[in-house]
Write a protein that binds this ligand. Structure first.
Ligand SMILES: [Ca+2]
Length: 153
């Protein structure tokens, strides 16, 4: 008598750490370079716009002085170089404010207007202990398209 064996497939469900669903969400971040899309931030008085050449295909426009884009991440202790990628529509429409944790706040703008470029200034930020780090964009000038922010340890 022949035994018939059924092959049982086991479907393993893998949970991915960085789902981009609900806000506010704290994500664990290792000590590698990483990027956050501004369109995934918690937005107040700001609109998401499609832009083909943007990463994630989207950018965020802060509409007025009450606008902000905010996200809190779980960041490993260490030193980081932070660069924002954004598109300024002209030299008078390219600046925004960024604050990181409670130690950095500054006015930044991309290298030149007309295309998505890194900010002229790189922010040097020190996270003193493993834990939350709040990233906050606020308005300085109109029609600035914020694409993503990059952390390099
Ligand atoms: Ca983007």
């Amino acid at each position: 008598m022949r035994a018939k064996w059924m092959v049982v497939s086991v479907i393993a469900l893998t949970a991915f750490g960085c789902s981009q669903t609900d806000e506010p969400k704290i994500e664990l971040v290792g000590n590698k370079k990483f990027t956050l899309e501004v369109e995934d931030f918690k937005l107040t008085n700001a609109k998401v716009q499609d832009l083909e050449e943007a990463s994630g295909g989207k950018v965020v426009v802060l509409q007025d002085e009450y606008s902000q884009a905010e996200k809190t991440i779980q960041l490993s202790k260490g030193n980081y170089q932070i660069t924002v990628f954004a598109l300024g529509t002209s030299f008078d429409e390219d600046a925004f404010y960024l604050s990181i944790g409670d130690t950095f706040e500054g006015r930044l703008y991309p290298e030149s207007p007309g295309e998505i470029l890194p900010t002229l200034d790189t922010v040097h930020y020190t996270q003193k202990a493993d834990g939350p780090c709040k990233i906050l964009f606020t308005y300085a000038e109109p029609n600035v398209l914020l694409d993503h922010i990059e952390f390099v340890p």
